[in-house]
Design a protein around this ligand. Structure first.
Ligand code: DP6
Length: 337
């Protein structure tokens, strides 16, 4: 059974997510207000584990768990981003407490998978609970969004999640579309890159509107969003997959045609995309999507997961797989210190 949260110190596990309709480009990047509505599936197994303790001191302490399981001071860049989020959380929650924070990801940190969504969702929830608060899902989504990672706003809830571009900027938050049990989909992540990407998502958002295709995608999005909501409601995998793959290609088309351009793909990405198209010709329904990186998320139904994993792991450019699927959102866990 999950341990009960205690006031003063709290530990949570929060999941990553994969976007079906991507957040790409912002109306107000400084306040993380997206240019478009996005929809994602929260994952089950790619998790950040975070412990936060409120303390009566003038500074925040940020620690990472190293590979030997020891707590170490976090590298400066990471610690600065965490402190920035803590400052924003204090402002929103009306607290002047400072915190000791420790965190680790249960997925390989060298795997090139985005960890900011899970990490900042975990931080928002653990800080709230360390202050004795139990925010609503909407408020928790706002708190996660204050990190600057928009995808974190979606990772605070499970299943299928929509983050509307929304009218009110301060209160902009994600909403649940359907719970995980509604439709158990699998996500086989083909790892083709283990290095950190050269251009962050923030850098990509900042230049997205300079692509000649940015405005065209905005015109296409209402129909695409409608198709994804409907495919989820009706559990229509082919209908979902077609739109999700088209949307992922458009995101990268915009990145590649931004000024200056951002190329997230590598030859391994192209090999996986080609193999997935061939799987479909062979009669196996599977569809690809990529966030701002080279690794490919291959969506399929659970009965095809073993076959999809076997086909992808046979590709020479795939260095490993992370097999995941839809999950039910953050939960309480054990303390890291
Ligand atoms: C392509 O600004 O949320 O993944 O903080 O790196 O997770 P991170 O990025 P964020 O942008 C996400 C961009 C995306 C699409 C998406 O997840 O919607």
């Amino acid at each position: 059974m999950d341990p009960k949260p205690t006031v003063g110190k709290a530990s949570v596990l929060a999941p990553a997510n994969i976007a079906f309709i991507k957040y790409w480009g912002a109306r107000d990047l400084a306040r993380t207000v997206p240019a478009n509505t996005s929809i994602s599936m929260t994952l089950a197994h790619a998790l950040s584990h975070t412990t936060v303790e409120a303390r009566d001191q003038a500074t925040d302490e940020v620690l990472l768990v190293d590979e030997a399981g020891e707590l170490r001071p976090a590298p400066e860049g990471f610690a600065t981003r965490v402190r920035g989020h803590l400052e924003a959380l204090r402002g929103r929650l009306g607290s002047d407490a400072h915190f000791k924070v420790a965190t680790r990801n249960n997925f390989p940190s060298a795997a090139g998978l985005a960890s900011s969504a899970s990490g900042f969702a975990a931080l928002a929830l653990a800080v709230s609970r360390a202050l004795g608060l139990e925010p609503s899902l909407a408020e928790l989504s706002v708190l996660a969004r204050l990190s600057g990672s928009g995808s974190a706003a979606r990772s605070v809830m499970g299943g299928y999640v929509e983050w509307p571009a929304g009218p009110s900027e301060a209160e902009n938050h994600a909403v649940p579309l359907a719970p995980a049990e509604h439709w158990p989909l699998a996500d086989v992540i083909a790892l083709v890159e283990v290095e950190a990407k050269e251009v962050s998502s923030l850098g990509g958002h900042a230049r997205a509107a300079s692509s000649p295709y940015f405005e065209r995608r905005q015109e296409l999005l209402p129909a695409r969003l409608h198709a994804v909501r409907r495919a989820i409601a009706e559990r229509n995998f082919e209908a979902l997959g077609e739109v999700v793959e088209e949307e992922a290609i458009d995101l990268h088309l915009i990145a590649m045609s931004s000024k200056p351009p951002v190329f997230y793909w590598n030859p391994g990405t192209v090999a996986v995309l080609e193999r997935v198209r061939r799987l479909r010709r062979e009669g196996l329904p599977a569809y690809s999507t990529m966030d701002a990186g080279a690794n490919v998320h291959v969506l399929c139904q659970p009965e095809h997961q073993t076959a999809v994993a076997a086909a992808l792991s046979a590709l020479p450019m795939v260095s490993g797989l992370v097999e995941d699927g839809v999950g039910s959102g953050p939960r309480t866990t054990t303390h890291l210190f």
